[in-house]
Design a protein around this ligand. Structure first.
Ligand code: ARG
Length: 456
């Protein structure tokens, strides 16, 4: 079929080349932005006297009817068009005739596609920020439930010090708050309009780029037309923010998987978000969390794919840049799906505080507090350290913990021990003594909950 751009070439491309070249099967999803952009463009052309008011009215009528029909599904994308821009223009011209051919005055698909993509990502980024806040809300509500649950805090995945479950979850809330901010920040930088850059050099028509930008909700225009059509840094910034966010979700998923294993049993993930095994009847698998962890690799891959595609491209537009969309669409879809599943999975998860407590007790993570107790009674620290070590060893042998070791047993090691030793090794006390700001003490956890709530 002869192409719209047939001119110096015959426009008679091979079927293979058409299929290879076409982006309609993925860029159709920007149809709304493409049509909104065209509406603003026609209005600007008319305001500036480049097309007549009558022509503008006809174009707007045609564009609205196309948008309507696409929304309702009565018009479909089953035409051999090169991309969404050609598709809309082709249908418009079929519907309204000659004026349809005037719409593309003072623009090029190069600035058009850059415009569509910025508008599309603007709304998706907004959506992702909302979904991120939903996950933060779920974390905060679990943190409120578990603000007094004691669990072991880990370093090197070895039990280290007692912490509150709420404190642990709030660490993720803080990370996701920054993720949300990163996306907001990238969105602010993205919100400048490239339209009117035309192919690369601007245009000879007396256009008003600022009017068109304002009509489309932009904060201003790209000040260099070559930059406007050439860069995709806004995609990369968002994808970097998405990658970091996925990394956070992946770490959280990893913990959910560990915590719901028989080895930990700190939480129970609701049946709605786990699967069974087709052969092992006892299995309850955390597939959703595993998928979030797995899909993280995919989003990193999308970022790498686009970075690599852009590397070394001379200015201005090159067709390589058509490869931006599948990568960024995939990243958007994946992050959205992961956030959508994380929120209810976290909300419905049942913490098991008794098991957390047991794990906290079994790690002798209060042994330092025992040594400090003796030191306070005047025993030199080295001696106290040695005595505490002996007691821990004896407990291990007898299957006891510091809280269940009897006073008689304690006194066999030193007559400095009294009933108040139990206050010293009590895990609640160990936690509430951590009074520094941002620490695991209950007052700090309360303050963190208030901080996050205020932010969202
Ligand atoms: N489908 C193209 C893309 O996604 C639109 C821009 C085409 N421009 C061009 N000069 N061929 O990048």
């Amino acid at each position: 079929m002869a192409k719209m751009w047939a001119g110096v070439t015959s426009g008679q491309t091979s079927k293979l080349a058409d299929d290879f070249n076409s982006s309609l099967h993925f860029d159709w999803r920007m149809y709304r932005q493409d049509i909104q952009g065209s509406i603003a463009h026609a209005e600007m052309l008319s305001e500036c006297g480049i097309i007549s008011e009558v022509e503008c009215e006809q174009i707007l009528g045609g564009l609205h009817s196309i948008l309507n029909d696409l929304d309702r599904g009565t018009l479909t994308f089953d035409r051999p068009c090169e991309d969404i821009h050609m598709f809309v223009e082709e249908v418009l011209t079929e519907r309204i005739g000659e004026p349809g051919k005037k719409l593309h005055t003072a623009r090029s698909r190069n600035d058009q596609v850059a415009l569509d993509l910025r508008m599309y990502l603007r709304s998706e980024a907004n959506e992702i920020r909302k979904l991120t806040k939903e996950v933060i809300r779920a974390l905060v509500s679990q943190a409120e439930t578990g603000k007094n649950y004691i669990m072991p805090g880990y370093t090197h995945l070895q039990r280290a010090q007692p912490i509150l479950f709420g404190h642990h979850l709030l660490a993720y809330a803080m990370m996701l708050l920054r993720d949300e901010e990163r996306i907001a920040d990238a969105s602010r930088r993205m919100n400048f309009s490239p339209i009117g850059s035309c192919a690369l050099a601007g245009t000879t028509y007396p256009t008003d780029r600022r009017m068109e930008a304002a009509a489309l909700g932009f904060d201003g225009i790209c000040m260099n037309s070559i930059d406007g059509v050439s860069d995709r840094d806004f995609c990369l910034e968002l994808m970097s923010a998405f990658s970091i966010e996925m990394m956070h979700l992946s770490r959280l998923s990893e913990e959910l998987i560990l915590w719901s294993s028989l080895e930990f049993r700190f939480v129970r993930i609701d049946d709605a978000f786990t699967t069974g095994s087709s052969i092992m009847p006892q299995k309850k698998n955390s597939d959703m969390a595993e998928l979030v962890r797995g899909k993280t690799g995919r989003v990193y891959g999308d970022l790498m794919a686009l970075l690599t595609a852009l590397k070394g491209l001379p200015l201005a537009y090159n067709k390589d840049m058509q490869e931006d969309k599948e990568a960024v669409f995939d990243a958007v879809d994946t992050v959205k799906m992961c956030l959508q599943i994380m929120a209810p999975m976290l909300k419905t998860m049942k913490p098991m505080p008794e098991n957390m407590k047991k794990a906290a007790q079994q790690g002798f993570i209060n042994a330092t507090d025992l040594a400090d107790y003796l030191t306070r009674k005047g025993v030199p620290f080295r001696t106290a350290y040695k005595l505490s070590g002996n007691i821990v060893a004896d407990c291990m042998e007898k299957g006891l913990v510091l809280e269940t070791y009897s006073l008689e047993q304690y006194r066999a090691h030193s007559d400095q021990f009294n009933e108040d030793v139990y206050d010293a090794v009590n895990l609640e006390n160990c936690v509430s003594r951590r009074i520094s700001e941002g620490g695991t003490g209950p007052a700090s956890v309360e303050a963190q909950i208030a901080f996050v709530k205020e932010k969202i």
